[in-house]
Design a protein around this ligand. Sequence first.
Ligand SMILES: [Zn+2]
Length: 155
Amino acid sequence: MPEPPAPPLPLYPELYERILEEGHSVGNHTFNHEHGWKTSCSKYVQSVAETKEFVDSVLFRPPYGKITGSCAQKIRAAGYAIVMWSWLSYDYDPKMTHKQFQKQLRKVRNGDILVFHDNEKTAGRIEQYLAQTVMYLQEKNIKIVPFSRHESTSK
Ligand SMILES: [Zn+2]
């Protein structure tokens, strides 16, 4: 799945604080958005450690959803819970129509972990996708909850 990198977090400390203040969860996603199958595990673990300086969380999501089994073991041994997703928005696909997004949205089930992207590929569309998603989940009585029970409380 193509997934462009997110902007480096150190550039947006106010946004990071606001995310926490508003009750959302944050997670480590490596520093340079390394592909877990194309990066040495030592470099990958180093990138996670660098990110820890900026992100206070025990949650980790591998970029592209790619990580080797042995590297996943090392990440878990460092205290992280690896969080993947169970529903993909395909929000980065510029060819996706409104109707296709609605069809994808109908596949969401209670307990799913939804993935959206906030980057240049979704600019101009992400707000609409999120608004539609929140409305749909409310209609279906599916609550949106943070991963707060997994988060570090060392703040
Ligand atoms: Zn990513």
